[in-house]
Design a binder for this molecule. Sequence first.
Ligand code: NAD
Length: 512
Amino acid sequence: MPIPNHLLPPKDGDYYSGLWTNGVAAGANGELLEPKSPIDGSATCQLRAASASQVSEAVSNASHAFEHWRTVPPPRRGEFVRLIGELVREHKSQLADLITLEAGKIRAEAEGEIQEWIDVCEFAVGLSRQLHGLSIATERPEHCLIEQWHPLGPVGVISAFNFPAAVWAWNAMIGLVCGDPIIWKPSEQTPLTALACNQMVQLASAKFGVDAPTGLSAVVIGRADVGQALATDRRVPLVSATGSVPMGRAVAELVGARLGRSLLELGGNNGMIVTPSADLDIAVRAITFAAVGTCGQRCTSLRRLFVHTSIANTLIERLTSVYETLPIGDPREPDTLVGPLVGEQALYAMQASLAAAHDQGGTLICGGDRVTSGVPEGGVYVQPAIVRLPVQTPVMHEETFAPLMYMVEYESFDDAIEMHNAVPQGLSSAIFTNDVREAHRFIGPAGSDCGLVGVNIGTSGAEIGAAFGGEKDTGGGRESGSDSWKQYMRRTTCTINYGSELPLAQGIRFGE
Ligand code: NAD
């Protein structure tokens, strides 16, 4: 398969290097990786991973870069991110090619992911002039009490295979304007996308000049041990980790043990309630996109559908007829809507969940089989599945990273909300209703317990202007827009006495 390699850095001998720091390949000495494309199972590249002990070198360089970058005025740091955004616009199509190759996303979704990067650049540029604190009323005369935000230090980013560019970009573009260098441990499934993304930063650095130190952006590619080394390093005050719940737990323990900050974006198990008043035309479209988009491999994919008894059969019939005509196949073809699973393991997980759902009283409504004709040989393609269950059973409490949606009927709205919230994860949620009371109850304090709550909209597809993230086992982190930037900075409460007295707070008298 041709690789758009003009975006990639030169090879280090025979292999791509999995260690880039100070703008150069730094002699990675870890294991040899040969990731497979989900499209057809062929090797995408050969890459020499960084070893866990080499992470320290990237952190040292980032720490050194921090000493200068934190003093560069924020709007000037914004100018650097603006240059990155320009380069990404220019190379959008080729970057999307890499995402399709390594993550198996269809073209529209791969380009959408790069568009998120462009959007977050624009957001970050504006933000670079708005990193403002507060002026606070003080109880002491001739005093001034202000809150300031300063750069935090090198930020470690650990990212998942399914958003191989955007998750890093959300963190990195905001972190850079906040004054922080970035050390990225991408998924070992998607190293080329990571190298190409880092190249965009290097090209921007060359244009920007001396103010951008070479250690601003590093990539350390390897397995879990490389991520663990990043999580353990005390010089990395913030580790932003995106991936499965077990990964997040492991990272949080390491970062917590040294009292560092972690920002966790972990697995979801997203639900939707469809009420009697719902507009089923838009509900069917939203459900389908949310459940089968990215072949069910989004953290925000729809996995649990709670439908009022009065409309359950109608909705199932309409969904089944849409599912029967879904174009499944090569993600590079313009008409394909459902591309491949990432690999065989994902297929086994889907089959195991289907078997468990069957054992727990579920009825398979449609899908679930592997597709072998009309798709590239060597890839893992499946028919998205819907399983109807009498109640919410244990299998529905787990995230299965595949296009598998469970459906349960409800009679009372209270029961629907209770079932919706009864799982450990808390990322994305939605309700389809034209009843204003139901809508407000769902978005209100006793409604959905998730970080993302939608009304008459699907669970997937977030905008970068708002804060993204979820509660409970999803980790509680918030990334991207709104005031998420505050996590990438440190706050100082600054008291200035401009008088000639020394009044103490709380009226305390001491030694007078
Ligand atoms: P994963 O947890 O297997 O891997 C994610 C990253 O963590 C990879 O870079 C991996 O090498 C690294 N890693 C794994 N174990 C580690 C450890 N013990 N210490 C340090 N690093 C470790 O996840 P995946 O299969 O790549 O992605 C799918 C998962 O990610 C799903 O659960 C999905 O819901 C979740 N996800 C969440 C979000 C979100 O924003 N909430 C976004 C995308 C993906």
